[in-house]
Design a protein around this ligand. Structure first.
Ligand code: GAL
Length: 439
């Protein structure tokens, strides 16, 4: 398989033009059911196919579990014959789940459906023949009449669509503690990383020992990706994945320098710390800022914190006007034990009722364009607007921009940098990772 062209089709090139969530068009054409067996194409029966439906995610704890439970609730009422079996493995961003999933798939023991990110991450499963096309389900759900065409393009290889999107998250968000910013008399949103760092100095002067909260390695990768986006701009950032931008040029050097500076305002984290450790520091008034995907909104809600009074947000300085994108989606694994039940699940996660229930609980926005915005809280309404009008960039840490091997190399490099703060080594490692994995 030509990995370079797949990257272009799934990732970088598709996004820079600015995906429009409003785009609609004809129904998706393609190759309905390509690669799937007759059994796997069996339609759901009324009330569902029946039997156990094993669903693999990493939404095992806290606010993420609440999101999965919201989906489960709608599944139960729409497909009462099916029994949801929760195969979640804890660890944000799939930090533990993906290894278990890879082993299960390699051992021909797939779940009935598993969570995967729209974009380059899917290549791993597609190229190994581990998932089958779901064009028939996407078409039945309404195709490009209800899903943004350019989102579907990130799930598509050679005309076949390989998963059903459930929701869209934004990665380039700074979450703030309102009281701590007031204490440091910070009223303006910083326009770039330098201005943000100046605010961190103000916080320190006002007695806030830890301006910025970070967690384990994948959250640091996400922080780095947003700093790259800020310092390179959307087009050059996107070029990092297509090969048009080098990883050892002056912009990346500047971003790595800023990344190191930001970490000097942060707490000490362990590799395995999960994202709530850092987000809770903002919630508990132990840190003023945390860069996290907007699943953080669900954490604020779970802890009964209110936007404005307790917390605020702004796009990572220098990235306003760009939506650093990731989408969760669900697959139909080859050899699923209950393909009919799996299709019921996919129909549910791609349907309007499931998407609304899930995003309300999870902090994301629906992938569908026909779920009314006014039923969502203020933050999510704003995210929906941004997704429609902003430039779109693909997240590194969450499978949109790079495949799993590349992400793993980037994560190792960032983890090494966290220990030694050797900027030259990080640039060398990131450059080598791109050369090795870009194909
Ligand atoms: C992402 C996933 C989100 C959220 C986050 C933290 O990879 O797409 O839905 O779960 O990880 O675990």
């Amino acid at each position: 398989m030509d990995r370079r062209s797949l990257f272009i089709s799934l990732g970088a090139a598709a996004v820079v033009a600015g995906l429009s969530a409003c785009s609609s068009g004809t129904q998706t054409t393609g190759d309905p059911g390509a690669g799937s067996s007759d059994e796997q194409n069996a339609s759901s029966k009324p009330g569902g196919a029946g039997g156990d439906v094993g669903v693999f995610t990493w939404w095992a704890d806290g606010s993420e579990k609440l999101g999965l439970e919201a989906l489960q609730g709608v599944f139960k009422s729409e497909f009462p014959n099916d029994t949801f079996v929760n195969l979640a493995v804890a660890g944000g961003a799939g930090s533990n789940a993906k290894a278990k999933l890879a082993a299960d798939l390699a051992n021909n023991n797939p779940p009935d459906s598993f969570q995967g990110h729209a974009g380059a991450e899917l290549l791993d499963y597609i190229s190994k023949g581990q998932i089958v096309a779901v064009n028939d389900i996407i078409d039945a759900l309404g195709g490009t009449g209800v899903f943004p065409e350019s989102l579907l393009s990130k799930l598509t290889v050679k005309e076949s669509i390989y998963s059903v999107p459930s929701n869209i998250h934004r990665a380039n968000v700074v979450w703030t503690n309102t009281q701590l910013l007031a204490k440091a008399k910070i009223t303006d949103t910083p326009a770039n990383i330098a201005a943000w760092i100046a605010d961190m100095d103000k916080l320190r002067s006002a007695g806030v020992a830890t301006p910025l909260a970070v967690s384990g390695s994948w959250t640091q990768v996400q922080l780095l990706e947003t700093v790259l986006l800020s310092d390179l701009g959307t087009e050059a950032y996107t070029g990092l994945f297509s090969g048009e931008t080098t990883w050892d040029g002056p912009e990346v050097t500047k971003a790595v320098d800023n990344f190191g500076k930001l970490l000097s305002y942060a707490n000490k984290a362990s590799d395995g710390d999960d994202w709530p450790v850092a987000t809770d520091m903002v919630i508990d008034g132990k840190a003023a800022y945390n860069v996290m995907g907007d699943w953080a909104v669900a954490q604020f809600a779970d802890k009964k914190k209110e936007e404005g009074k307790d917390w605020g947000w702004f796009p990572v300085p220098g990235t306003d006007g760009t939506f650093d994108f990731l989408a969760d989606s669900f697959t139909l694994p080859k050899g699923a034990k209950n393909p009919g039940g799996a299709k019921d699940w996919l129909t549910l996660v791609g349907g309007a009722a499931g998407q609304k229930a899930f995003s309300l609980a999870k902090g994301s926005i629906p992938a569908r364009i026909d779920v009314p915005a006014d039923e969502f809280p203020a933050y999510q309404q704003k995210a929906m607007e941004s997704f429609k009008s902003d430039k779109i960039a693909s997240s590194i840490a969450h499978g949109a921009a790079v495949n799993q091997a590349w992400l793993s190399d980037i994560t190792t490099a960032v983890s090494k940098f966290y220990g030694g703060k050797d900027a030259a080594a990080l640039i060398k490692d990131l450059t080598a990772a791109a050369e090795k994995n870009r194909g």
